[in-house]
Structure formats: structure tokens, C-alpha cells
Design a protein around this ligand. Sequence first.
Ligand SMILES: NC(=O)c1ccc[n+]([C@@H]2O[C@H](COP(=O)([O-])OP(=O)(O)OC[C@H]3O[C@@H](n4cnc5c(N)ncnc54)[C@H](O)[C@@H]3O)[C@@H](O)[C@H]2O)c1
Ligand SMILES: [Fe+2]
Length: 392
Amino acid sequence: MSKDDASKLRANWNYPTQVRFGVGRIAELAEACRAAGIAKPLIVTDPGLAKLPMIESALAALRKAGLGASLFSDLRSNPVAANVTAGLARYREGGHDGVVAFGGGSALDCGKTIAFMAGQKRPMWDFEDVGDNWTRADSKGIAPVVAVPTTSGTGSEVGRASVITNEESHVKKIIFHPKMMPVVVIADPELTVGLPPHVTAATGMDALAHNLEAYLAPGYHPLAEGIAVEGIRLVKEWLPVAVKDGKNLVARSHMMAAAAMGATAFQKGLGAIHALSHPVGALYDTHHGLTNAVVMPYVLLFNRTAIEPKLIRLAAWLGLPKPSFQAVLDWVLALRREIGIPHTLKDLGVGMDRLDQLSEMAAVDPTAGGNPVPVGVPELKRMFVASIEGRL
Ligand SMILES: NC(=O)c1ccc[n+]([C@@H]2O[C@H](COP(=O)([O-])OP(=O)(O)OC[C@H]3O[C@@H](n4cnc5c(N)ncnc54)[C@H](O)[C@@H]3O)[C@@H](O)[C@H]2O)c1
Ligand SMILES: [Fe+2]
């Protein structure tokens, strides 16, 4: 497919925030900063991306437009609190008035948290997504963010939360505030054409996990469910294409939309896929989307009794022959094989030695509460064992 076909996949959306979607729209970065009220942006990205021409071009374009931009790229994949602290120091020293969060989920989350913390007096962990902790924040102290995703997975560009790892306790924590939502998003699928196939696959499975868990989480939220089922269909049609042919801008466009849809839908909740994945990521530093992809079929099977009727409806929407629970499970397994996702957590280096610790951490992860079947330590342990050993 050519660029011409993708040129039709272009639009301005005002839901869930202002989204400028389409190939080439990175050209609007300076204008987007102005629209967000930013005159001196700090670009927050990761060290790998900082070496790519897209960051250099963004810096040059902002400076040319008279915006006093500078760059912060000292952050890791699965960012830790020290990355936020260092970025915040740079933000304050440079006299910045907003953040351009540019990259995958790691850079977006770090950038959003730096902007959130810009005018806070309390320490970051006071704003962990527990109860109404977010009300402790001074909302006037939150700096504006323009988000530019370069992976199609986390959907953090349209999310009100960030995932930051506490390096002392080795726990992934969620920092939440409704005003953490970026003011403007530039969703330019062309920025993702250089994503290697294995990262495309892993991040795309994160988008699938968000849509799937949001659809299946208990509670009445038909808005979220409507978004989620279409997000799942887009992943089904386009993720294998994007993995095989990274230059296909139609596939890249639909995957970028599916990622934003997942994060929009998961206001309804997530579930055990994420509850298992967060401690594995925190203890073994595995990629988030890849870990979700590995545990997905084991969690679906565990939840079978509670989710069967909904999966039958989903199977029909996806056009699977003979709509059934098994049809969806078989599709997930086939998709994983097709795009090169390993079958077991053992393949990611996870053994039985830390099973108790993993299960206890999963049980207190905030996403565990959204699982369709209530789960505690014993249930999560069962799912971990199945995922490590590959028992379906
Ligand atoms: N905020 C949320 O709602 C939310 C949701 C899910 C996950 N997360 C978090 O997001 C993080 C994962 O984000 P991710 O999956 O996007 O991965 P990532 O941001 O860690 O990036 C993965 C790798 O891809 C590279 N990369 C990114 N874009 C590229 C491009 N266009 N071309 C070439 N290389 C590129 C990066 O340099 C990095 O090496 C985790 O910390 C996870 O916990 C957040
Ligand atoms: Fe996720």
C-alpha cells in the first residue's frame, strides 16, 4: 500500500483529547506547542531515539519557530524515579514551561510525569494511583504536555497515568492525575516505520491487551467496550501486516489508532494480564508488551467461565469462523506464533524461584481488581505456573 492510501487516514479528533492524526503531521509540532501554551519546551525522549534524525528534526523545527527547546534523554526503558528526578532538574534549570514527550511509553510516561511534577511540593510517590491520592496535587502546578508517540502500544499519549518503577522496592507504580492527559497529541504513523519487527510485535500486543482487558473488565461501560472491540479488530487486521512490512503506512496508521483506543478504553479497567506482567517487568526488566503477549492465553483460559459469552460476541465481530471462546483463544495463539512471540515466561528468563514474590506482587497490583474472575495470591500463582511452564 502506498502513502496515498494512508493519506486518507488523517483527521483531527477531540476525543479523548486534541489528537492530530495522520502521516506527516509531525510538521505541526511547533504549532501544537503554541496551541498548548508552551513557549520553551523540554523534549523528553529515550537515548536510542535521541540518536535518530526525527529528534534532531523536531529540535531544529522548534528552534526555527522561535521556541527555546532543549533535550532530555537520560531515561531507561521501564523508567525509574531517578529518571523523573533528573528530568525535573533539567526542566527547572532550563526555565521550561512545558514538555514535548516524544517516544514510546517509556519516554511518554517519563515526560508526562516531569510535567506533572513541575509545580508540586510533595514527593512523586504521594500521587500513586491509590484511592483519591491525586487530589493532593496542586493542579495549577501541572505543566502542559504535547505527546508524540513513536510506538503503537501503550497509548500513553491519551492516558491520564504514568508507569514509573520504584527502583528501591522494584515495584512498578502508577502515578495518576486527570490533568496528566496531554493537551495535544501528534499521532504521526510515519514516525513508527523504523520500529524493528520484534518491537512492533511486542508493542502491538500491549495495544491488544489493553483493548481485550478493557472489554472484559466487569462494570457497566458500553462506551469503553465499543472502542475496545473495534481496537481488537484493527489489531487483528493490521498487526501482522505492520510486523511483516514496517513501511506499510496503512498498517502503521491503524495500529497507532488501535493503541490510542486501548488506552482510552482501559479507563474501564485492566486485569490479570497486566497484574502478572507488571511484577515480571519490575523484577526481570522484560518488555511490557512482550510480557503481556506471553501471559495472554493463560489468563484468558483462567477467566473462561466469566468471559465466554463476551468472547463469543467478540469472535463474531472479528469474523472468526464458528464464534466461540476457543475461536478467540486459537486466534490469539496463531497471532502470537505469526509475529514471533515466545510461548512461555520461561522463554523470557522467568523461573519458579521467585514464584511467591511474583504472585504476592501481582495480588496488590491495582490492575488485579479489574480481572473478570476475582483473583488473590493462589489464583495468580496458578496463572504464573501455567505461563512459566506453557500449560494450556
Ligand atoms: N501510561 C500507560 O498507560 C502505559 C500503558 C502500558 C505500558 N506503559 C509503560 O510503557 C513502557 C513501554 O513502552 P513501549 O512499549 O512503547 O516501549 P519503550 O518506550 O520502552 O520503547 C522500546 C524500544 O523501542 C525504541 N523505539 C521507540 N520508538 C522507536 C522508533 N520509532 N523507531 C525505532 N526504535 C524505537 C526505544 O528506543 C526503545 O529501545 C513501560 O514502562 C510500560 O510500563 C504505560
Ligand atoms: Fe499495558
